[in-house]
Design a protein around this ligand. Structure first.
Ligand SMILES: Nc1ncnc2c1ncn2[C@@H]1O[C@H](COP(=O)(O)OP(=O)(O)OP(=O)(O)O)[C@@H](O)[C@H]1O
Ligand SMILES: [Mg+2]
Length: 328
C-alpha cells in the first residue's frame, strides 16, 4: 500500500542575526542552515496494516506524513501510496487517502458538520446510498447525532475530533493518516476514537498510519511500530517484539511489615536497584536477564515479612522513553 525508499526532506532555514544591524546585514547577505527533517528512510506497509509512527517532538513524523499526503515534495527519494506518487498526482492521491491532523481542521469552520460532510460527498463523488449508510454508522459509533447541525467553530475539541475522524473515513479511502488524533482528548473520547479506528480497519481493511505521543493508543491500535529519531528510522517491528527485546526491566513494589530501616540483602547486591517510596513501600527494579522475580521475592522474604507486593508489567511507555533518551 505504501512504498518508501531513500526518502528525505531537507528544510532550508534562514539564519537570522539578532538586532537591527543583524536585520540589515541579512538584507545583503543571507546565511542558510539545512535541517534534515527526514533523512533517508525506507519502509513498506502492506494493505490493512495498522502502524504506529512514533518519535520525540521534532523527530520528523509530521514531515513524513505530509510527504505521503502529497502536501510536501520530498528533497529526494521515492514514495508511492496505493501506486500513486503523492506530490505528482495530488488529485488521484486525495481519493486514496483520508487524513486527520490533530492540530488542524478539514471541516468548514462556519457551516454545520452535516453540511461539511455533504460537501465532501460531492468532492469525493460518493454515491448517495453509500453516503447515507456511512453517515448512519459513523453517527452511531462516534455518537455524532447531537453535533451534526452545529457549526464546527462551536464544537469543543473532543467533539470536533470525532467529527474530523468521520470526515477522514467518509469516502472509504484505502489509507488513512492520523497525526495525533487523540491530542488533548479525555479518556472516554480517546476510547471511542480507538474503537472506531479498529472497527474501520476490520470492516473495510483500511490501512492506518498513526502518529501519537500516547502509548496507550499504540498498544490498543497498532501491531507494528516504527520509531523515528532525528529523521532516521530507529526501529521498525512488531509491538510484541519491542517488548520482548527491550522490556526486560521489571519492578516489584514491596510493603514490608517492619519498622526497621530496609537494608538490601547481600545476595541481591549489584543485581537489584532498591528505592524507598514516601509511603514506605520499597521498589526493587532489575533486569530479568540477571535475576528472576521469584528469586528477588525469595531473598527479600528471608530477611523481612512481606505484607503485600505487586509486580509491574514492562510498559511500552517506559521502553519507548528509554529508546528516545538513550537510542536503541
Ligand atoms: N516548514 C518548516 N521549515 C523549516 N523547518 C521545519 C518546517 N517544518 C518542520 N521543520 C523542522 O523539521 C523537524 C521535524 O518536524 P516535524 O513537524 O516533522 O516533527 P514531528 O516529529 O511531527 O514533531 P511533533 O511530535 O512535535 O509533532 C523539526 O526540527 C522542525 O523544526
Ligand atoms: Mg508532528
Amino acid at each position: 500500500m505504501i512504498q518508501v525508499s531513500g526518502l528525505s526532506k531537507h528544510y532550508r532555514i534562514v539564519k537570522k542575526k539578532p538586532g537591527l544591524t543583524g536585520a540589515i546585514k541579512g538584507l545583503f547577505h543571507r546565511e542558510y542552515e539545512v535541517k534534515k527533517a527526514v533523512d533517508d528512510i525506507s519502509l513498506l506497509i502492506r494493505p490493512g496494516e495498522m502502524v504506529g509512527y512514533i518519535g520525540a517532538n521534532g523527530a520528523g513524523k509530521s514531515t513524513t506524513i505530509k510527504m505521503l499526503c502529497g502536501i510536501l515534495t520530498p528533497s529526494s527519494g521515492n514514495v508511492t501510496v496505493n501506486g500513486v506518487i503523492p506530490y505528482k498526482e495530488r488529485k488521484e492521491n486525495a481519493k486514496n487517502i483520508g487524513a486527520v491532523f490533530g492540530q488542524r481542521s478539514q471541516l468548514f469552520w462556519d457551516i454545520a458538520v452535516l453540511e461539511s460532510y455533504d460537501l465532501l460527498k460531492h468532492i469525493y463523488e460518493i454515491p448517495e446510498h453509500e453516503y447515507q449508510e456511512t453517515i448512519k454508522i459513523f453517527t452511531e459509533v462516534l455518537q455524532l447525532e447531537p453535533l451534526l447541525n452545529i457549526p464546527v467553530r462551536q464544537l469543543s475539541l473532543g467533539q470536533k475530533m470525532r467529527c474530523e475522524l468521520a470526515a477522514a473515513f467518509l469516502h472509504n479511502p484505502p489509507v488513512v493518516f492520523l497525526d495525533e488524533p487523540t491530542i488533548g482528548l479525555d479518556v472516554t473520547v480517546k476510547v471511542r476514537i480507538r474503537e472506531f479506528i479498529k472497527k474501520m480497519n476490520q470492516a473495510k481493511g483500511t490501512t492506518v498510519i498513526l502518529t501519537t505521543h500516547d502509548m496507550q493508543d499504540i498498544e490498543e491500535i497498532c501491531n507494528r511500530i516504527i520509531i523515528i529519531d532525528e529523521g532516521k528510522i530507529l526501529y521498525d517491528g512488531s509491538v510484541q517484539s519491542i517488548k520482548d527485546h527491550f522490556g526486560n526491566k521489571r519492578v516489584i513494589h514491596f510493603e514490608l511489615d517492619s519498622e526497621a530501616p530496609f537494608q538490601l540483602p547481600e545476595s541481591l547486591m549489584h543485581k537489584v536497584d532498591f528505592s524507598c517510596g514516601e509511603d514506605g513501600t520499597i521498589s526493587a527494579s532489575f533486569s530479568n536477564n540477571v535475576i528472576t522475580a521469584a528469586d528477588v521475592i525469595t531473598e527479600v522474604m528471608k530477611e523481612y515479612r512481606i505484607r503485600d507486593l505487586t509486580i509491574a508489567d514492562p510498559k511500552i511507555e517506559t521502553i519507548v522513553q528509554e529508546i528516545y533518551e538513550r537510542g536503541i
